[in-house]
Design a protein around this ligand. Structure first.
Ligand SMILES: [Ca+2]
Ligand SMILES: [Ca+2]
Length: 298
């Protein structure tokens, strides 16, 4: 409840204390010391610092709110006024329009609105029973603005929520403002599938202070070149990306593009070494070992 008013005390020009009672119980006290030039004009000599503006937290429902001026130095405290107010907390509303999976995320779209909240409404994300985080519903949705008077055209959301590969139960809630029970917008089960790269290492060949590595690798959901990392004796030795023409692979694997090949040369000390080649999963995830081999560097 928001209260405004003024109070003066004939025995002092100082700000008067006012006490607020809600449903007969003391709620809060405040000094009536805010500028009210109209009071200064009406009571010459007392100055303008006699206004008050007080916010009192109350529960939803009907309340009687009364304000008393506190007598100085003592004496009966006069009632300044009482009002009966209805306090309404509207439920948040909205809808989860879609849930879908990418190789590394759940994508959710929808809208959320609470008539009690002027700014963007918070939306909570729960994944497999755990609170993953919140985001704001502040994107363009003119259809919502057209359907709900007062909502405005910016109550939508379209968010990408990073999750590991697997099957996830996802629920979204509109957060009630300023408090109260949240509204379930919707739930869904989403499969996040991240394909593992495949490939083959054709060559691991020791040279003079180097090891030459070549082959091919392809990740069906990386949509482009992927990384290839080379380890010599378990230590990272070099990296490249696919891009070398391999029409034979494109012909053999449906969906594979024509440039899945890779070739690189990494430095190595003279002697016998174990060389291992890994494909780098796109967009994220476990990076599979393509092959290990032993070679001798001169
Ligand atoms: Ca509300
Ligand atoms: Ca992948």
């Amino acid at each position: 409840v928001h209260l405004t008013g003024w109070a003066i005390e004939p025995d002092t020009t100082d700000p008067v204390q006012v006490h607020v009672y809600v449903d007969g119980a003391f709620a809060t006290a405040a000094a009536a010391g805010q500028p009210r030039p109209d009071i200064a004009d009406a009571y010459p000599g007392w100055g303008a610092a006699h206004g008050f503006a007080i916010d009192v937290p109350v529960s939803e429902g009907t309340h009687q709110v009364c304000v008393y001026g506190i007598n100085v130095p003592t004496g009966p405290n006069p009632l300044l006024g009482c009002r009966t107010v209805d306090v309404v907390n509207h439920a948040a509303v909205g809808f989860l329009d879609s849930l879908s999976g990418t190789p590394s995320a759940v994508v959710a779209t929808g809208w959320a609105y609470d008539p009690d909240v002027a700014g963007p409404l918070q939306v909570q994300v729960w994944v497999n029973g755990r609170h993953l985080g919140d985001f704001q519903a502040d994107q363009s949705r003119p259809d919502v603005g057209a359907a709900i008077p007062g909502a405005g055209n910016s109550r939508g959301f379209s968010v990408s929520l990073p999750v590991a590969a697997g099957t996830h139960r996802v629920c979204l809630y509109a957060v009630n403002g300023p408090s109260g029970p949240n509204t379930l917008l919707g739930c869904g089960t989403v499969s996040v599938v991240n394909a593992t790269p495949t490939g083959f290492v054709d060559q691991i060949a020791g040279g003079a202070g180097t090891v030459a590595v070549s082959g091919w690798s392809w990740d069906s959901d990386a949509h482009g070149p992927i990384g290839v990392h080379v380890y010599v004796d378990n230590a990272f030795a070099g990296a490249t990306t696919t891009g070398v023409p391999r029409p034979d692979v494109a012909a053999a694997i449906p969906g594979a593009d024509g440039t899945t090949g890779f070739a690189l040369t990494v430095p190595a000390a003279p002697g016998k070494h174990q060389v291992c080649v890994y494909a780098i999963n796109g967009p994220a995830g476990v990076n599979p070992l393509l092959a290990c081999g032993t070679t001798t560097v001169s």
